[in-house]
Structures are given as C-alpha cells and as structure tokens.
Design a protein around this ligand. Sequence first.
Ligand code: ZN
Length: 152
Amino acid sequence: MTELRDLYQAVILDHNNNPRNFGKLTSANRHAKGVNPLCGDQVNVYFSLDDDAWVKEVGFEGRGCAICMASASIMTETVKHLSIVQADQYVTAFCSLAGGEKSEVTEGLDLSTLKVLAGVKAYPARIKCATLAWHTAHSALSKGGASVTTET
Ligand code: ZN
C-alpha cells in the first residue's frame, strides 16, 4: 500500500497548495456550511444550478487542515458539470470509500481520484476532515442547505 500512500500525500499536497474552484460563488443559488469542531475545519460550499438541475458552477471557501481543503477542492472538481443526481452519487460513493465500505452505486462513476483520497481511511482520526465538504455538498444539493456538523 506504499504507493497508494505516496499518491495520497501527493494529491493532498497538490490540491491544498492549489485549491480548485476556491472562492465564494456570487452566482450561487445553493449554499451550505459545514464545520468539523474536532479539527476546526470550516467550509462553505456554493453551487450555481441551472433550470434543469445541472451544476453550472461550484465553489468553496473556508479554512481548515490540508486534508479538509484538499478534499473540498477535489469535491468541486468532481461534481462540476454534473446533474444533481450524479453529483450526489459521487458524494455517497466517496463517503462509503472513506469509511472503508463498499460503495453501493458505482456504475458509470469515475472513482480513480476518490479512491486515492479515500486513502485517508488509514488515518481514522482524519476521516471527518475528508468527508466534511462532501456532506456539506449533499446538504446544499439535497437538503435545502442545512448546516452540517460532524459532531451532534
Ligand atoms: Zn481537519
């Protein structure tokens, strides 16, 4: 598993240093905020959806650890230009992978980057850092933008 671990570190570094789609999206019509109090991660996720429920634009802003920021960046790249349904399938698939479970819906999904990011499961204390942005995206897309916290 050394190779996967190296790849994981490289992907986290790359996205943390050069976050994709970073910044508040002024055209957003969906938004949710997520917090992970255990680590101090905070992330705001913005979507601009068109009339047919496709993701036209997506953005995020926030502060947190490298894993949280990198994962948010990867999330935005993953769901951009997808339908809400497809985007949510990726969210579900990633959260399953990061939790060490088999994803139920994987047909037609490109999970290569997500499998690398799911290398976080080797560090159980950081899994919530990695899944925060994805849960937040799910809330923005499917649950009316309710705030998300990893602790209840
Ligand atoms: Zn964190």
